[in-house]
Design a protein around this ligand. Structure first.
Ligand code: AMP
Ligand code: MG
Length: 487
């Protein structure tokens, strides 16, 4: 198997990581391999058997050219600074450059302890591995920037959590694993020289267009803020709740990373929280923009030594960039919702229409995902879908009338508009009740429901006959859904 590694972080960032070794799995067995992604990465795996893939993507056989390392990072967890985190249950096999020139990290998650494991076992249970695989693939299919999942391999070992679970390793593909927490680690422990090096490396790797900026570190801050505003707007747009928006879980590439207790909202409620440990609702659905702002303030702080070194007066510019986040996010979010609603740019009163939409959805307990598809059906002259969603036929009549008026002002062909809306509003998302049922079956040894769900969410925008149940929310009277971190 030729993967063609080119390990720039390992080769040029000595001092920013620790060498790592994978624990040999007892009996690796391939659960799933993402052939489409492998092809996109330029991997030559056509002649490989499942056993070979299982050995490579479980850490049993380290491929030629790999240089396994664990990255150091720190992070604010639920608002409190942890100075020493790092890859405790993951190792970076190395980097590859895809045929189109894009560079990717290939990481094994759950491959045993590293220098940063503290008291953890470095392992992952099969449930969270399959969950991350499914949700990250769904996010990618919905057009949300995200790390990807290349392989899931059962290790044949047991992993002890509140009870024993089958162990597994996930191969995660990311445009890098540099986090806000990576900057925080080197700012806290080493100071300006290290921050400058990390920033220079990040710019060269992710944003080469910023190399010649007057103050590249300030430009990096600006760019990462931009990407985060875009990312969180997209999360909100699909009803996604990350669940642990700690600064160590914020990738500077703008990709969604670290799928732990994340989940999607069915019926709209702005304070929705699924994570068992988020008792204060810090990372509730509607708080994600504020938390992103807070996280970017921490990123700015970590970058300040580098920004200051180039131009002391740019410290004020950095502060201004952070202060401008709420307004910037709001603009981005409104543009995104306008797209979901089929509204053309630039009418004065859209802000009110958009804000009142979320009040209405909450008041009537409307399924968030289905609502936007039902709106498009109205444009096709079909009102039954919307009626079925609402608690009473006229529940949202005034809002829908106001929306309709705006649509008519746009003078676009309604059928074309409906098509355009369907291209940005997913029909099939990883619904909580479906995910749970599929994972339960998988844990009992039957992967078929999980594979079926994966197939469904990989093609989220186009309605397919026979898949109606995948588009429906869970039962109204179901117990509150709770997710757990315990990978
Ligand atoms: P997370 O909550 O997944 O973002 O992880 C936070 C920190 O805990 C990271 O430094 C992880 O590497 C570490 N960690 C989480 N689970 C384990 C584990 N099972 N073994 C070792 N370290 C872990
Ligand atoms: Mg993490």
């Amino acid at each position: 198997m030729i993967l063609g590694f080119d390990n720039s972080f390992h080769d040029s960032m000595d001092g920013f990581y620790a060498p790592a070794e994978a624990t040999k799995p007892g009996a690796p067995k391939l659960l799933l391999f993402n052939h489409v992604l492998a092809e996109r990465l330029g991997f030559e795996v056509a002649g490989s058997t499942d056993d070979e893939l299982a050995r490579t993507f479980s850490g049993e056989a380290i491929p030629d050219g790999a240089a396994p390392i664990a990255l150091a990072y720190a992070g604010h967890q639920f608002g409190h600074f942890s100075a020493q985190l790092g890859d405790g249950r993951a190792l970076l096999l190395g980097e590859i450059v895809a045929p189109d020139g894009a560079r990717f990290d290939i990481q094994l998650k759950g491959s045993g302890p590293t220098a940063f494991s503290r008291n953890g076992d470095g392992k992952a249970a099969i449930g969270p591995v399959l969950r991350e695989f499914l949700v990250s693939e769904a996010m990618a299919a919905m057009g949300v920037p995200t790390t990807r999942s290349l392989a899931a391999v059962a290790t044949g070992d047991r992993v002890q959590r509140e009870r024993a679970h089958p162990g597994a390793v996930l191969t995660r593909v990311a445009s890098s694993h540099i986090r806000v927490g990576t900057f925080q680690f080197f700012a806290a422990h080493y100071g300006a020289d290290h921050v400058v090096r990390l920033s220079d490396y990040s710019i060269a790797r992710h944003f080469p267009d910023l190399v010649d900026a007057a103050n590249p570190h300030l430009a990096l801050l600006d760019r990462v803020i931009d990407l985060q505003c875009d990312l969180i707007a997209r999360w909100l747009g699909v009803g996604f709740i990350h669940g642990v928006m700690n600064t160590d879980n914020v990738a500077i590439s703008g990709e969604t990373i670290d799928y732990g207790p994340c989940a999607f909202m069915d019926r709209f409620a702005v304070n929705t929280v699924f994570s068992s440990i988020d008792t204060g609702g810090r990372y509730a659905y509607g708080r994600q923009p504020q938390i992103m702002h807070w996280n970017m303030a921490r990123f700015a702080e970590a970058l300040l030594p580098a920004i200051h070194r180039v131009a002391p007066s740019d410290v004020d510019a950095a502060k201004a960039l952070v202060d401008a986040i709420p307004a910037k996010f709001r603009r981005r979010w409104q543009a995104h919702v306008r797209q979901k609603l089929g509204l053309a740019e630039g009418a004065g009163d859209d802000a009110e229409l958009i804000d009142s939409l979320f009040d209405e959805l909450e008041k009537h307990g409307v399924d968030f995902t289905s609502f936007f598809r039902a709106l498009a059906m109205l444009l096709r002259g079909e009102g039954a879908t919307m009626q079925a969603l609402l608690p009473a036929p006229d529940a949202m009549a005034p809002w829908i009338a106001a929306w309709w008026q705006r649509i008519e002002e746009g003078a676009q062909n309604p059928l074309e508009l409906a098509e355009a809306m369907d291209r940005v509003n997913p029909l099939y998302i990883p619904r909580n009740h479906l995910v749970e049922a599929a994972l339960e079956a998988a844990e009992a040894g039957d992967l078929a429901p999980w594979r079926e769900l994966l197939d469904v969410v990989r093609d989220p925008f186009v309605a397919r006959a026979g898949l109606e149940r995948f588009a429906e929310p869970g039962p109204v009277d179901a117990a509150p859904y709770t997710t757990f971190c315990g990978t």
